[in-house]
Write a protein that binds this ligand. Structure first.
Ligand code: PEP
Ligand code: MG
Length: 875
């Protein structure tokens, strides 16, 4: 079996074997880009390593040594040769990019002898010793697992002793002293001399990269990003080029387009006389790439041409690491660049216009999950705001929250439901848990490609980087900007789109869709074959839904119309009524309110279908809280045992107790309510037809679809259908306006799905309520499961995902599919849709498309996502 590939032996399609980075290096070498030569040890070798008990197998070792020989030949240098030493980098590279998660070692091959050789060859002893000490520090940290803190501490002391403020002031002799000190640190911690044999260094490094596949932060990252554990990582061994060989050398990172806005302009940053880690670590603040044009015009030109070549070849925006060694450009790596949703859309649309990709490719380029970034709120620019400080706009969106200074604090407060903003000099992969919990991230150091920026963009979180104006005092948990002190817990607002930081909470506004976004969505509408509707309960929601491109309302939950403070007491009166006349009194009060809402929704939807679900209240959601009531009654009994208030409260408590259910979700809800109290549904149907008549009078079209919830037996639907038909008839006669309408049912319990052929006799349409269907199929309470055991189930891989968020295709999905088939066997024209949460989730949408539903319905803000996901399902 082949475990080791020289760069020219591979190609870009070999990701599984070479990892993303290795495949890219091979591909770049193949198309003739200036890539420093090297070889890749395959992911299969990593798995062989784990299979043989974390030992590099003999066969792998043999192939590495062979590849090394060839590399030495090609470079005309030898590992460990004091006269002409080959130095290499050793990097991990998994199939999916895992930024900052895995370890890298540079300058491998340095030892007490090669350092002298390098000093001679480059005529730059200072650089040689600096490289050596960097190598010792990195190797000791990554391979020997000695905390970098000890080295940094030592270096800082040395610097202070010499009276320097920064590293460039260090001389070759100073670095030699540092090297001596570093070696002592190694001896102290590991009781060994720092390894001098470069081959031993190489194998130890490869060993460490393989091992890092299973370090804690890599495991967390994989879990967060749903990357399988069995893939393993490849290892790339590549000859080093140096960006710190003087003022005609440098290093940087760049995107071929702006990863934040998508604008077609080279975007990135670099540092002269530095190594790559200096840029990424954000220790020195780099220069924007545009400056390179002035500093080294010919290199810039070469760079621009290379970028063009890369985009034409990969047909996507690239994220490039480059180094200039003595005026010569080298490309270290390139990959499809991570980008904000806004940028993803603009790049996709513009690449179609530029003729690089076609529309379908463009549609596949935008991750529908990412779209919610765009649907985030932003700061209202009409209000006066005082900007406290400004940093780099690293990831768009705006957020308000309490300032915290550590990832742990962010996590703690975040879990308590507090909104926090994580403020830190910079972030590392160890801070991920805090970044997940925070609303936004603010750092004082580092550029647009620093860890914080990259990770925040991936998460769709607002982030400001490199805000040097803020002076962070971690010890006292505060930061200052001039005279202003911002303490732990103070509220600030950050705008990741502008980089601005403001004190306090600033008003924000809802987003609109950009022109490019609209265009992309119109392409989506051209190819998708499944309709997208919205769940909306109010005229405002309906308007939003229409704006976002919903082709109708798939679910109007009428009980939500009653959640309003003014209405709840009337609803309670209706529920608690002891006689028909008492109930009718409440219903008559509710009727005009309900009618008004329907008029608003019909108007907003301009003739598109509106599915109105009759009342489906798990009663406990509307009743006064039993415990609270009991406390009140007890208090009154002690203070004022004769009062009317007490009598009233006692009455109320008695009724609440009568209505109290052990399992309200399985209780007197859904159509069971209409079955027992038909006057309630009657009132709702009246309101619908009065509203329809009103709108028709204005000359507008109305298409109500009346939906009966939680049906489990065809007889329920039969009876409720009759009620709707009779009531509709009465009102239509009364108003003289005929409204076209249909009657359907929700399929939310397994029995309904299993007897869908019978139910279809009475239904014009089915709408699958996958929230309840998931609840009743699994037998998991949708209100309790998540907090109690579901998370553990997901962590322990008992379940692949939360079934309330991502449809369980094997179980719940099978019921939906069965329901559709049975329903259509009775009535070919039966219209089918889905209106549970899953209607706005891309994998579920893909499934619903495949089983032939007519439409999905989701919350208004997810409509654009659903339109795109529906298109992607068909491609
Ligand atoms: C459902 O059960 O999926 C549904 C849409 O109804 P609700 O969430 O209101 O119970
Ligand atoms: Mg339901």
């Amino acid at each position: 079996e082949k475990f080791v590939y020289l760069f020219h032996e591979g190609n870009g399609n070999m990701k599984e074997t070479l990892g993303g980075k290795g495949a890219n290096l091979a591909e770049m070498t193949r198309i003739g880009l200036p890539v420093p030569f090297g070889f890749t040890i395959s992911t299969q070798a990593c798995n062989a390593f784990y299979n043989s008990g974390k030992i590099i197998p003999k066969e792998v070792e043999k192939q590495i040594l062979e590849a090394l020989n060839l590399l030495e030949e090609k470079m005309g240098k030898k590992l460990g040769d004091p006269n002409n030493p080959l130095l290499v980098s050793v990097r991990s590279g998994s199939v999916f990019s895992m930024p900052g998660m895995m370890d890298t070692i540079l300058n491998l091959g340095m030892n007490d002898e090669t350092v002298i050789g390098l000093a001679k060859l480059t005529n730059n002893p200072r650089f040689a010793y600096d490289s050596y000490r960097r190598f010792i520090q990195m190797f000791s940290n990554v391979v020997l697992e000695i905390d970098s803190y000890f080295f940094e501490q030592f270096l800082e002391e040395k610097r202070e002793l010499k009276g320097y403020t920064s590293d460039p002031e260090m001389t070759a002799e100073d670095w030699q002293e540092v090297i001596k000190g570093y070696k002592e640190i190694v001896k102290q911690h590991k009781k060994i001399d720092f390894p001098q044999d470069p081959k031993e260094q190489l194998f130890l490094a490869i060993h460490a990269v393989f091992k890092s596949w299973n370090n804690q932060r890599a495991i967390v990252y994989r879990r967060l990003n749903k990357i399988p554990d069995h893939l393993g990582t490849a290892v790339n061994v590549q000859s080093m080029v140096f960006g710190n060989m003087g003022d005609d050398s440098g290093t940087g990172v760049a995107f071929t387009r702006n990863p934040s806005t998508g604008e077609r302009i080279l975007y990135g940053e670099y540092l002269m006389n530095a190594q790559g880690e200096d840029v990424v670590a954000g220790i020195r603040t780099p220069q924007p790439i545009a400056t390179l044009k002035e500093e080294m015009p010919s290199v810039y030109q070469q760079f621009e041409d290379t970028c063009q070549l890369l985009e034409q070849h990969y047909k996507d925006m690239q994220d490039i690491e480059f180094t200039v060694e003595r005026g010569k450009l080298f490309i270290l790596q390139t990959r499809n660049g991570k980008r904000t949703a806004q940028a993803a859309i603009r790049i996709a649309v513009e690449m179609v216009k530029e003729g690089i990709i076609d529309k379908k490719t463009a549609l596949m380029r935008v991750d529908s999950d990412q779209l919610n970034q765009l649907l985030h709120r932003r700061i209202d620019d009409t209000v006066d705001k005082k900007v406290l400080a400004k940093g780099l706009p690293a990831s768009p969106g705006a957020a308000t929250g309490m300032v915290v200074f550590s990832a742990d604090e962010a996590e703690q407060l975040g879990n308590d439901g507090k909104k926090v903003i994580l403020v830190s000099p910079e972030t590392t992969p160890d801070d991920i848990h805090g970044m997940v919990a925070a609303q936004a991230i603010l750092t004082s150091r580092g550029g647009m490609t620093s860890h914080a920026a990259v990770v925040a963009r991936g998460m769709g979180k607002a982030c400001i980087c490199g805000c040097e104006a803020i002076k962070i005092d971690m010890k006292n948990k505060q930061f200052t900007v001039g005279d202003t002190i911002v303490k732990y817990g103070d509220v600030i607002t950050v705008d990741g789109s502008t980089g601005e930081i403001m004190l306090g909470e600033i008003p924000m506004i809802d987003p609109e869709l950009s022109e490019e976004f609209q265009l992309l969505l119109s392409w989506a509408d051209e190819v998708r074959k499944i309709g997208v509707r919205a769940n909306a309960d109010t005229p405002e929601d309906a308007k939003k839904a229409f704006e976002f491109g919903a082709s109708g309302i798939g679910l109007c939950r009428t009980e939500h119309m009653f959640m309003d403070l003014k209405r709840i007491p009337i609803v309670q009166k209706m529920i608690l009524a002891e006689s028909y006349s008492e109930r009718m009194e409440a219903l008559e009060q509710l009727l005009p309110m309900q009618q008004g809402d329907f008029e608003g929704i019909f108007e907003a939807m301009q003739g598109h279908p509106v599915t109105i679900r009759l009342l489906d209240p798990p009663l406990h959601e509307f009743l006064p809280n039993k415990e609270e009531l009991l406390v009140e009654v007890t208090k009154l009994q002690m203070t004022d045992s004769q009062s009317d208030e007490l009598k009233m409260k006692e009455q109320l408590l008695k009724k609440v107790r009568q209505l109290d259910e052990f399992n309200p979700m399985l209780g007197h809800r859904g159509c069971r309510l209409g079955m027992i109290y038909p006057e309630i549904y009657e009132m709702q149907v009246k309101a619908i037809f009065y509203a329809a008549a009103k709108i028709a009078e204005k000359g507008m079209k109305v298409k109500p679809e009346i939906m009966i919830p939680l049906v489990g037996h065809v007889n329920e639907l039969k009876q409720m259908r009759q009620l709707v038909v009779d009531t509709a008839m009465t009102i239509q006669e009364e108003t003289g306006k005929v409204t076209e309408y249909t009657i359907g049912t929700m399929i939310e319990v397994p029995r309904a799905a299993l007897t869908a052929d019978q139910i279809a006799e009475e239904a014009d349409f089915f709408s699958f309520g996958t929230n309840d269907l998931t609840q009743t199929t699994f037998g998991y309470s949708r209100d309790d499961a998540e907090g109690k055991f579901l998370q553990a189930y997901i962590d322990n891989k008992v379940l692949p995902e939360n079934p309330f968020a991502v449809l369980d295709q094997d179980g719940v999905g099978k019921l939906v599919e069965t329901g559709v088939k049975l329903g259509r066997s009775t009535k070919a024209s039966l219209k089918t849709g889905i209106c549970g949460e899953h209607g706005g989730e891309k994998n579920s949408i893909d499934f619903f498309y495949r089983i032939g539903l007519d439409y999905v319905s989701c919350s208004p803000y997810r409509v654009p996502l659903a339109r795109l996901a529906a298109a992607q399902a068909t491609i």
